[in-house]
Design a protein around this ligand. Structure first.
Ligand code: BES
Ligand code: MN
Ligand code: MN
Length: 464
């Protein structure tokens, strides 16, 4: 049993929390948008900023791991031989900010309103990854050591699929060896209701390009006589989903594991209020696959969604033209045991089969990710439950989430790490949208929860 030294650690957090917030604001001022090549320099600046923050916190061996994409910031404190080793993962890259005019304050000028910190990345994921650095700092400055060994792995291309990272894990097996992966990049259920996420969906992303005549054509002169790529594309897309919300791509559901009765009850007991969601989103009716609840459809069932569609005339007024090409971007969210490459094969075959005569179609593939399901029966999970209870006064719910964090499954498959997904975001914090924000209450409670978590993990029986 380790002595309980959490008192001085939490006192340090209380004393220093205003400075922590100022530092987080500095981090948020760096526009580290991984999707936009123009921000390459900012992404690298963010990596160096994170490296500096780790060093100031007392973390050793801080370095940048070069990858085929953006650098990974690595650091460690491994001064407790025999104690468990936790690998903390987060991402310092952020999503683009458009549409810019809908932001109440500029995305990279952090502002506090009503107990919330507004900025791109405030909650996804700079605020959440940063709180881990501060929890380590609190132990190291207040006590001089951590009760467990901690390695930090902060990447810069999560928001574009982490394509270069599996190779980075393969080539750094020894450096990254650990007993558990700890991630704060998910959501709580509601204010005051923390959650440990046990399942993330995978993803398959593609683009369909449809080509007709060599050039745009006058729709009066040629209309009625030549194929129109937009109509062809619309037919292809319409063939992919039935009116009951089922995906009609042949073989799409073949590998989907049916939800067990027990899990369905557990998901129901999480208590997602469909009418409240409907009102909050401002839609007339929720939609999706028949036979499943909204919560099941958005977390435990696979999807196929068109994310963007373009072609033809986009300006004001009308233009009498038959476009030469049309394009659609599609992503599928995947659940166990669907495989991204196989799903893309199936979609490609479906597209070929449903393409009307007279147009040419190409299907382009982007990086995919497999779905992930964690085992809840693990000492590292039980330790997290205790830490949450002490800070939030309630047990965390166990939730599935519909989003993807591609590398979590890779850490599990390549390095054998179980995962604890302890997120401190809240639904409605506008991830990827204008006015993203992070509730300061959860920034502070998150730091305290992680501080206590290291103590609980040290005493969890997990072997180092
Ligand atoms: N942090 C999110 C994923 C997330 C959000 C998980 C909410 C659970 C609850 C992550 O940064 C993200 O947005 N991932 C992308 C991955 C994609 C670009 C490959 C996603 O899910 O769209
Ligand atoms: Mn994220
Ligand atoms: Mn994100």
């Amino acid at each position: 049993m380790n002595a309980d030294l959490t008192g001085p650690v939490l006192a340090y957090v209380e004393r220093e929390k205003d400075r922590f917030l100022e530092e987080l604001k500095d981090f948020l001022r760096i526009p580290s948008i991984s999707a936009l090549p123009a921000h390459k320099g900012d992404v690298e600046r963010a990596a160096r900023w994170v490296a500096g923050a780790l060093e100031r916190a007392g973390i050793r061996g801080v370095r940048l791991l070069e990858t085929a994409g953006n650098p990974v910031v690595y650091g460690e404190w491994v001064g407790k031989p025999g104690a468990p080793v936790a690998l903390v993962y987060g991402h310092y890259d952020v999503q683009p900010v458009d549409p810019l005019h809908l932001w109440e304050t500029p995305p990279f000028e952090p502002a506090i309103r009503d107990g919330k910190l507004y900025a791109r990345g405030a909650s996804d994921d700079k605020g959440q990854m940063f709180l881990h650095i501060k929890a380590a700092e609190a132990w190291l400055k207040a006590v001089g050591e951590l009760p467990v060994n901690v390695k930090f792995f902060f990447e810069g291309e999560e928001e574009v699929g982490s394509g270069a990272l599996p190779a980075c894990l393969e080539s750094n097996r020894d450096l990254l060896a650990a007993d558990v992966l700890v991630v704060s990049d998910t959501e709580m259920l509601a204010p005051g209701r923390p959650a440990i996420c046990y399942a993330l969906r995978g993803i398959a992303a593609l683009q369909i390009d449809v080509y007709g005549a060599k050039s745009d054509l006058h729709s009066g002169i040629y209309g009625g006589g030549v194929p129109n790529p937009i109509h062809a594309l619309v037919e292809i897309l319409a063939s992919m989903r039935g009116p009951d919300g089922r995906i009609l791509v042949e073989g799409f559901y073949d590998r989907v594991r049916p939800l067990g009765a027990e899990e369905r009850v557990a998901l129901r007991d999480v208590g997602v209020d469909e009418e409240a969601v409907r009102r909050e989103l401002g839609v007339e009716e929720l939609a999706g696959e028949a036979g499943y609840t909204y919560y099941e459809r958005t977390t435990a069932r696979p999807t196929l969604e068109v994310n963007g569609i373009y072609g033809g005339f986009q300006g004001e007024g009308t233009k009498t033209v038959i476009p030469a090409e049309a394009h659609a971007k599609i992503t599928c969210r995947l659940v166990s045991d669907q495989e991204p490459e196989e799903i893309m094969d199936l979609i490609e075959a479906h597209v070929a089969k449903h393409t009307p005569r007279g147009v040419r179609v190409e299907v382009r593939r982007f990086d995919g990710a497999r779905p992930f399901v964690a085992s809840l029966d693990h000492p590292a999970i039980r330790a997290a439950v205790s830490a949450y209870e002490k800070v939030y006064g309630v047990k965390p719910a166990f939730t599935r989430m519909g989003g993807s964090i591609p590398i979590v499954e890779s850490f599990h498959r390549i390095l054998g790490l179980p995962a604890v997904l302890m997120g401190f975001g809240l639904p409605g914090e506008h991830y990827h949208a204008p006015n993203e924000h992070f509730h300061l209450e959860n920034f502070e409670k998150g730091i305290r929860t992680v501080c206590l978590y290291w103590y609980e993990l040290a005493n969890s029986g997990l072997k180092g």
